[in-house]
Design a protein around this ligand. Structure first.
Ligand code: PLP
Length: 385
């Protein structure tokens, strides 16, 4: 395990013991509460620095990135709706379900929702964003919400330019930065981003902690009521031990060797394409994250492959994690123009800082065998022609 992740877990378990940081409620005025608050303030500074955020108070801790995204989209909608303004959400067809399903819910409450398409490589056309924003009406409030990078294909969106375009057209911008932190070299939130969501467990921290960055002055109401925590932006006692571990994982990112992971991933894709005929890497040719490969093997169902690899001890995903266990084809691959059968034959391989070349060699051999065995059982899926 990477040293940073190990430290994050150690910190998590030591904070879970009976230490004052854990015993105290950071909202309490007594000594134990003050200790807990001070530990959270320190963590807030560390995470803000890792994100390139100048004002640590703009960080609002949540229980996950899904919650942060809900807080951003619903908080904006409810604020603007209360002011009597029509709300439009402009997002893309390949967003995480946290964004897409929240947008659908808000649509049922009267928001207008526009989904921007992607091309066959999964790339976003900024021209489409510009034309969507040119139509902005005077009494309309627009929130653009986009991924920094896709969780299924690793394809990177031109989010900095998109945020600039949003601002110059009088719209607000939310960034789903979950996949960018720790996987996109030099990632820092820029000035044009009003809201941004992140998750601790995507960088080696614990599950159950996220953060929403809220630039001062962004119109937003709290999505949770019943307490004044997090500057009245998210009611409920915060997860102190989880936040401390999130900070430890964030601090460790500076030591992460992204170039080494990129090299491993490039080697893996080259080897798999060489050894296994009918392989297609989704998003190949587009700018992608260092750690994500989305493979499609002609005539092979992703789920069958996932199970075969699982028996060999390898954990890969078919489609998006939220669709695992179901036979739904990935909405991301469908939006990239694949048909249903092809979209169901994809697997996603994510590398971490702890993976080695030896592991990848074992993985490639297991993959080659599994694909051959499944193909021998008969063709059940097709690639895009
Ligand atoms: N957004 C993206 C791009 C993700 O990959 C994920 C999780 O996989 C999320 C949002 C949701 O994060 P969480 O698991 O913290 O709710």
């Amino acid at each position: 395990m990477e040293q940073g992740a190990q430290r994050a877990l150690l910190l998590h378990s030591s904070s879970l013991s009976d230490s004052p940081q854990n015993f105290g409620n950071p909202s309490s005025i007594h000594w134990a509460g003050r200790k807990a608050k001070s530990a959270i303030d320190q963590a807030r500074d560390t995470i803000a620095a890792a994100l390139g955020v100048e004002d640590p108070d703009s960080l609002c801790f949540t229980g996950s990135a899904t919650e942060a995204i809900n807080a951003a989209l619903k908080g904006f909608f409810f604020h603007e709706h209360r002011e009597g303004r029509q709300v439009r959400l402009v997002t893309s067809a390949v967003e995480h379900e946290a964004t897409l399903e929240t947008a659908r819910f808000l649509e049922s409450l009267g928001a207008r929702v526009e989904l921007l398409p992607v091309n066959q490589r999964g790339e976003l056309d900024l021209g489409r964003l510009e034309s969507a924003l040119e139509k902005k009406q005077s009494k309309e409030s627009v929130l653009v919400s986009l991924l920094a990078a896709n969780n299924e294909t690793g394809v990177i969106f031109p989010w900095e330019k998109a945020a600039k375009i949003a601002k110059s057209n009088g719209a607000y911008f939310h960034l789903d930065g979950v996949q960018a932190l720790g996987k996109l070299p030099g990632f820092r939130i820029t000035n044009h981003v009003d809201l941004a969501s992140f998750s601790a467990h995507k960088i080696g921290g614990p599950k159950g902690v996220g953060v929403l960055v809220i630039r001062k002055g962004t119109p937003l109401v709290s999505h949770l009521h019943g307490g004044a925590q997090e500057r009245k932006r998210r009611a409920g006692t915060v997860n102190g031990p989880g936040i401390a571990a999130f900070a430890a994982a964030a601090a460790a990112l500076a030591q992460r060797d992204l170039a080494a992971i990129d090299q491993l991933r490039a080697g893996l894709e080259a080897k798999v394409s060489e050894l296994i005929s009918g392989t297609a890497v989704q998003g190949a040719g587009a700018a992608r994250l260092v750690n994500t490969s989305n493979f499609l093997f002609e005539g092979v169902r992703g789920e069958a492959l996932l199970m075969a690899l699982d028996l060999e001890g390898f954990a890969v995903s078919a489609g998006s994690a939220c669709n695992s266990g179901s036979i739904l084809p990935s909405h991301v691959l469908l939006a990239m123009g694949l048909d249903k059968a092809a979209a169901q034959s994809a697997i996603r391989v994510s590398l971490g800082p702890h993976n080695t070349q030896e592991e990848l060699s074992l993985f490639t051999a297991a993959l080659e065998k599994a694909v051959a065995r499944i193909r021998a059982q008969g063709p059940r899926a097709s690639l895009r022609s």
